[in-house]
Design a protein around this ligand. Structure first.
Ligand code: NDP
Ligand code: OXD
Length: 316
């Protein structure tokens, strides 16, 4: 039964089905999908994915905003966002989904999945050369919650791993680089590039032709590979196509795109060297994410600090 004495939750989502979130949240608290009026004082928390612009600024007693995703670019674009804490998702379930996705895509590129699928279509019985994982360096842009877990999984599979972050980070068995000054060295030592960055003013469009050109292309590996599971606007779709056409890139796995859903007219859909998934690398599953969200609200009301807070200045 919802507790009527606790602060109400406003649920505002676009591009995601709010129903399962509504059902689970409303088992503990009253949930509304529209404020009662411009100054609805009953709402203490907002649970959002791409909330309607200017909606949150009109809630006088809003205490915190909860993102249903790990990324918060969808929240921060609101120019009238009120100055309350923003909590993002950090959860084993989501992290495991992303690690699965990264390992799946890296192993598929490494073991030449695209070539085998093309051969099978033509009933070709031909064995391409196999190389050890230890001969391949996977570079992860974004060595945060998701990047570090992916790095551990890749190390366990025997790959060499590089990581790039904004501030200096360290991780056992990972060669780490940071900041603009570390970017070229990181790229020059990377055969397969994984992008797990947040979208901020500093990272927008970072995955462009000039960056892809700096990846390592060694004889025997057949070319560099890009895997982007961060955000679509980190990349320039046209630059990726250009890089694939001129051999700068051998293959790409893309989960995110400049425009989502990926327009049916995009040449990425039919490109033989591109593997497309619909922003589903790590889906936010309310069954796993709502209980800790409600627990945080209750703990906050007991005076405990909120966890997994967004640093608005850094934008993630
Ligand atoms: P974190 O905040 O834990 O980590 C972000 C990492 O990116 C940190 O290492 C940070 O550096 C680094 N970073 C940020 N800005 C820069 C910069 N300007 N230059 C270099 N490095 C930078 O985020 P998560 O790992 O939890 O999530 C990463 C992103 O993954 C999310 O923001 C979201 O966009 C995306 N995502 C995509 C999903 C999908 O299904 N496709 C699902 C979930 C998330 P530092 O360590 O120095 O802070
Ligand atoms: C996220 C996402 O940010 O699903 O969690 O993209």
């Amino acid at each position: 039964m919802p507790d009527h004495d606790n602060g109400r939750i406003l649920l505002s989502m676009s591009g995601l089905n709010p129903r399962p979130w509504y059902e689970l949240l409303s088992q503990a608290r009253e949930v509304v999908t529209e404020p009662a009026g411009a100054n609805d004082p009953s709402i203490a928390y907002a649970v959002v994915w791409k909330q309607k612009p200017n909606l949150l600024s009109k809630l006088p007693n809003l205490r915190a905003i909860f993102s249903v995703g790990a990324g918060v670019d969808h929240i921060l674009t609101d120019p009238t966002l009120p100055d309350v804490p923003i909590v993002r998702i950090v959860a084993d379930n989501l992290t495991q989904h992303m690690t699965d996705y990264v390992l799946w895509r890296v192993l598929d590129h490494h073991r030449q999945g695209m070539l085998y699928r093309a051969q099978q279509k033509r009933k070709v019985w031909r064995e391409p050369p196999q190389r050890p994982a230890s001969d391949v360096s996977v570079g992860i842009m974004g060595l945060g919650e998701l990047g570090r877990a992916a790095a551990s999984g890749l190390l366990a599979c025997g790959f060499r791993v590089n990581g790039w972050s904004r501030t200096e980070q360290s991780m056992q068995d990972v060669a780490t680089f940071h900041g603009e000054n570390g970017l070229t060295s990181f790229l020059n030592a990377t055969d397969i590039l994984i992008v797990l960055l947040p979208l901020t003013p500093q990272t927008t469009g970072i995955v462009n032709y000039g960056l892809l050109k700096q990846l390592r292309r060694r004889n025997g590996l057949g070319g560099a590979v890009l895997i982007n599971a961060g955000r679509g606007r980190l990349q320039k779709d046209a630059d990726i196509l250009r890089a694939l056409e001129d051999g700068t890139l051998k293959e790409a796995s893309l989960d995110v795109f400049e425009v989502e859903p990926l327009p049916r007219t995009s040449p990425l859909w039919n490109h033989p060297a591109v593997f497309v998934t619909p922003h589903s690398a790590a889906t936010s599953d309310p069954a796993f994410l709502v209980p800790p969200m409600l627990a945080q609200m209750a703990a906050f009301e007991r005076g405990e600090a909120l966890r997994n807070l967004v640093d608005r200045k850094s934008g993630y």
